[in-house]
Design a protein around this ligand. Structure first.
Ligand SMILES: Cc1cc2nc3c(=O)[nH]c(=O)nc-3n(C[C@H](O)[C@H](O)[C@H](O)COP(=O)(O)OP(=O)(O)OC[C@H]3O[C@@H](n4cnc5c(N)ncnc54)[C@H](O)[C@@H]3O)c2cc1C
Ligand SMILES: *[C@@H]1O[C@H](CO)[C@@H](O)[C@H](O)[C@H]1NC(C)=O
Ligand SMILES: *[C@@H]1O[C@H](CO)[C@@H](O)[C@H](O)[C@H]1NC(C)=O
Ligand SMILES: *[C@@H]1O[C@H](CO)[C@@H](O)[C@H](O)[C@H]1NC(C)=O
Length: 537
């Protein structure tokens, strides 16, 4: 039986190979797969290094990926507002003469308006902005500028926030020792408990404080997150650059920073940008890569895949040969979380003049805990806009509901905060990230007890197929700057290979670890350690 099945598989593969060979593929030197922050940055690096023969292949009809500005509600002239369904903040900017977050650099040098063809998204023109602002419209958000609520109205639990901040600070210091002394990683939860932070399940104030400062940023709970690498991400962004968070509300859309980057190397109607092109298969080896799409095939010397971790986990792309087991292990060992922003427009603002309104639900941790008014003095004044944020489990629940069902829940919470008279929103919308076939989630997270080597395997190339994106960034995973640095790194490397200036005989430029070893040798699994039953043989 087994043998017959085997033969059947072989003949099906043979048929597929025949079908593929019938086509003549388009030739290019580098196929950049995905036109989000990582893909566009990689293509720009190629271009800057004199490699102009590349194709930028994108599933959607637009550039930007998880930077995703959309139209919402109705504005003063009947035009909708632009809001950000995806990335919204520049996280970490610059301190004095120190290193500058490249995303901050892009945001502060935004000068152009680009015009894309409405039907196919092709860039058809660009003009210098007449009033020439050097910076996009941004506002610094301050987590201390918060009003607290519970189901009976305003409440006072600033103490819980301060306790959590102190515990988190101590965990970050411990994490540095674990890292330097090569000690085993643990969950961020373990670290918190060691410092006395262990709120009771029904302590809704402390549970909410924890959600607000942890889950609200990393999307997962402290139990689901690595102590060492969560601290690394926090330090790398907020200590290395700065503690500043800039909220982008520019009506051109945050993704115009990527559109402007693309316009640096793409001419008008540039045929190298392939929108509406869905990658379904990649054949790779040490000399070349063939990319199969719904529009035909592309044969390249190198390819750079920038798809989200979720897309890789869902096996949307058929790899030939199959990815090595170390690569598959890595893809399935890291997590992609979901962050849902529920946009609402109200006839008039009814909220406090505070940047955040935090709600502690008495029963369910993470149940509509965060409201962010956008109609504030000097921001989108007069807009009536507000965002409610939920993550992961609550996101999955909300994604499964209709907008009407979600609105009823949100309004019940807001009325418990502000009284029964407040009006219903005139508009409510959110993006269902988990169900989005070009992302399958929002951004990645590093689970406990997963090593640097395991993560390196997520980054490492297989033959001439390279990987880049927020999830492959060791220190800035989850953030736009992670996608930027990874795209630039791979773009620069491949350019050096093609120019013959680099180290391209070293095929495994990005080291991989075929075997990840544990920390306890097998001979210690003995009586002395209470290991009485041999479960393995
Ligand atoms: C809701 C939300 C909030 C966020 N908030 C912030 C924030 O405030 N600050 C911050 O720094 N970061 C934030 N992020 C993270 C940030 O958006 C990402 O880190 C970054 O945009 C990822 O860029 P990337 O190039 O790695 O991936 P992507 O942007 O996902 O780019 C990959 C591209 O590949 C395309 N693609 C996928 N599958 C295929 C296929 N089969 N064929 C062809 N093309 C395909 C996709 O359409 C996409 O354009 C947020 C993300 C989300 C979703
Ligand atoms: C994070 O920063 C703190 C404060 O500078 C430092 O003590 C700690 O070692 C750092 N932790 C990590 C994991 O880098
Ligand atoms: C809080 O934020 C609001 C809105 O941005 C601002 O008007 C107010 O001055 C801030 N309050 C404090 C104490 O910083
Ligand atoms: C090339 O690779 C070798 C071996 O990994 C390394 O020692 C050398 O420094 C590299 N050279 C350059 C220019 O990167």
């Amino acid at each position: 039986m087994k043998r017959v099945a085997g033969l059947l598989t072989i003949s099906l593969v043979a048929l597929a190979v025949q079908a593929k060979e019938k086509q003549t593929c388009e030739r290019t030197r580098v196929a950049v797969l995905g036109a989000g922050m990582a893909g566009v940055t990689a293509a720009k690096s190629l271009s800057e290094n004199g490699i102009h023969d590349f194709l930028l292949v994108e599933y959607q009809d637009r550039i930007g990926g998880r930077m995703h500005d959309v139209s919402f509600g109705s504005g003063p002239d009947g035009y909708p507002y632009t809001v950000e369904a995806g990335a919204n903040w520049v996280q970490g900017t610059v301190t004095g003469e120190g290193p500058e977050n490249p995303i901050y650099t892009l945001v502060t040098h935004s000068t152009r308006i680009l015009i894309f063809h409405a039907a196919d998204g092709v860039l058809i023109g660009q003009e210098e902005q007449d009033h020439n602002p050097v910076c996009m419209d941004v506002g610094e958000t301050d987590q201390d500028n918060t009003t607290y609520f519970d189901d009976k109205g305003p409440a006072e639990y600033g103490y819980a926030i301060h306790e959590f901040q102190e515990a988190m600070h101590k965990v970050n210091i411990d994490a540095g020792s674990l890292l330097k002394d090569n000690l085993q990683d643990r969950s961020f939860r373990a670290g918190l408990r060691l410092h006395g932070w262990d709120p009771a399940k029904d302590d809704s104030y402390r549970q909410t404080a924890e959600w607000w400062l942890f889950d609200g940023e990393f999307v997962y709970t402290p139990s689901e997150s690595s102590e060492v690498f969560t601290s690394v991400a926090e330090n790398a962004t907020f200590n290395y650059f700065s503690g500043e968070n800039l909220f982008v509300y520019d009506q051109r859309g945050f993704a115009s920073i990527i559109r402007e980057e693309a316009a640096e190397f793409l001419a008008e109607n540039d045929n190298r940008l392939r929108l509406n092109t869905q990658v379904t298969g990649v054949d790779y080896n040490r000399d070349s890569v063939t990319v199969w799409t719904n529009q035909g095939c592309i044969e390249a010397d190198y390819a750079i895949m920038t798809f989200s971790l979720g897309v890789l986990q869902k096996n949307v792309v058929d790899f030939t040969p199959q990815l090595p087991s170390w690569k598959k292990d890595a893809i399935h060992s890291f997590e992609l979380g979901t962050y849902t922003k529920i946009f609402m427009q109200f006839p008039e603002p009814f909220w406090d003049n505070a940047q955040y309104l935090i709600y502690a639900d008495p029963e369910t941790r993470g149940y509509y805990p965060e409201f962010q008014p956008l109609d504030l003095p000097g921001v989108l004044e007069g807009s009536g806009l507000m965002i409610a944020t939920v993550v992961n489990d609550q996101s999955y629940r909300v994604e499964a509901q209709t907008y009407e069902e979600t609105q009823a829940e949100v309004m019940e919470v807001l009325r418990s905060m502000y009284g029964p008279e407040i009006p219903d929103p005139t508009h409510l919308w959110y993006k269902r990230w988990t169900q989005t076939p070009w992302a399958y989630g929002s951004y990645s997270n590093w689970p406990p007890s997963t090593s640097l080597q395991a993560h390196q395997n997520l980054r490492a190339n297989v033959g001439n197929l390279f990987f880049a994106g927020e999830a492959t960034s060791q220190e800035f995973f989850g953030y736009l700057q992670g996608a930027y640095f990874e795209g630039k790194h791979v773009g620069d490397f491949i350019a050096s290979c093609l120019q013959g200036t680099g180290n391209c005989t070293v095929t495994d430029e990005q080291q991989n670890y075929p075997v990840l070893t544990g920390v306890t040798p097998y001979n210690l699994y003995n009586d002395e350690h209470g290991w009485f039953v041999d479960t393995v043989s």
